[in-house]
Ligand binder design. Structure first.
Ligand SMILES: *Cc1c(COP(=O)(O)O)cnc(C)c1O
Length: 378
């Protein structure tokens, strides 16, 4: 279908942070399947885990239990550091559908009827998650939606406080907005959101689908804020390329569902769970932090009229441009052998695999000024 347009490159294979297209041209992959390829391409631990699992037990449905899903839920709760319950899905949007159904149930039992989300926020493409998504271009033509969702400017704690009262069931927020262009909020915003929702009795749902699994240098971005949400949703980086999503409810939020309230045939399938366990075993937060510093410092040191600044956290940055030339920069980077993402007309998203090396970052930084030159000329 025409929904993706025609992608500019057809990829054939990859190894670590390197990929090759079908014509044999080599690229450094600095977008990593949109912050998905935590361990890069063809990581030996992922190959081993997935191959062994598919050869043992590939699928059970939710009628039967299997060991990888139990191990994964336990491992996630350990990393999160708080008691909770885990629902496993296949994607980000499904993780948010689960959180939304939990919030609807919570609202019905406590007399709360509306939801709050952020302008420009992204929560997925299925109808529930889309109704929470604050990007008019992808949302409006599919409305009206059956839920009362109210949008507030992202990063504005005062506006959030005004929007949330005793009839609000839940607030959905990304700790840093990914699809909006890797936009972190002002310091203290997430803590303020926690305080506002606590006072009003609304649930706080942290959509960590893009921000979690080491991407920011922490396992979960909310941990850096010292804030515990009621629900966290995960997906992208969790499976290292295999499809998986998770919604985690802490404390009382973990038992909002009763038997029969929700389900998925494929969700939490053994192969994806084995992949996720391999990812969690092999992400090295110290490495992420030191590579993040290299990339950020290197970008900030570039003096170029087209490069206005750098924003973001960890190995999840946006090079902010002085004009709306992100499309040209993405194309020039591709010609020079680098895959990056024009996430906004004036922003280039960088989310390389978490195993990217210092040498690869150096190669990218060395090439970037000439890429900007070429984009500026074009
Ligand atoms: C990608 C993303 C989603 C949707 O995930 P899919 O797997 O594409 O459905 C939801 N929320 C955030 C913050 C995302 O980055």
């Amino acid at each position: 279908m025409p929904n993706y347009g025609v992608p500019p490159v057809a990829l054939a294979r990859g190894a670590g942070t390197v990929v090759w297209d079908v014509d044999g041209k080599e690229y450094l992959d600095f977008i990593g399947g949109i912050a998905v390829l935590s361990l890069g391409h063809a990581h030996p631990a992922l190959i081993q885990a997935v191959s062994a699992q598919v050869a043992t037990l590939a699928h059970t449905s939710n009628l039967f239990l299997h060991e990888p899903e139990v191990k994964l839920a336990e491992r996630l709760l350990t990393l999160l550091g708080h008691p909770g319950r885990v629902f496993l899905a296949n994607s980000g949007t499904e993780a948010n559908e689960c959180a939304l159904k939990m919030a609807i149930k919570y609202g019905k039992s406590t007399g709360r009827s509306y939801f709050v989300a952020a302008e420009m926020g992204f929560h997925g493409r299925t109808l529930g998650a889309l109704s929470l998504t604050g990007k008019p271009a992808i949302r409006d033509q599919f409305g009206p939606f059956p839920l009362d969702v109210r949008f507030v400017p992202y990063g504005d704690a005062e506006a959030l406080a005004k929007a949330v009262d005793e009839e609000c069931a839940a607030v959905f927020l990304e700790p840093t907005q990914g699809e909006a262009g890797v936009v972190p909020p002002p310091d203290g915003y997430f803590a303020a959101a926690r305080e506002i929702t606590r006072q009003a009795g609304a649930l706080l749902v942290a959509d960590e689908i893009q921000s979690a699994i080491g991407r920011t240098g922490h396992w979960f971005a909310h941990q850096a804020e010292g804030v515990l949400p009621d629900i966290v949703t995960l997906a992208k980086g969790l499976g290292g390329g295999l499809p998986i999503g998770a919604a985690i409810g802490f404390g009382a939020a973990g038992t909002l569902f009763a038997k029969g309230d929700h389900g998925s045939t494929f969700g939490g399938n053994p192969v994806s769970c084995a992949a996720a366990l391999a990812v969690l075993e092999n992400v090295d937060l110290d490495h992420v932090r030191s590579m993040a510093t290299l990339l950020r410092d290197g970008l900030e040191a570039i003096r170029h009229p087209l490069l206005k600044g750098v924003r973001g956290r960890g190995l999840w940055l946006a090079a902010v441009l002085a004009g709306e030339q992100a499309g040209q920069v993405q194309a020039a980077a591709q010609r020079a052998g680098f895959l990056v993402n024009a996430v906004q007309p004036d922003a280039i998203r960088l989310a390389p695999p978490l195993v990217v090396t210092a040498e690869q970052i150096h190669t990218f930084l060395t090439a970037f000024p000439a890429i900007l030159d070429e984009a500026g000329d074009g």
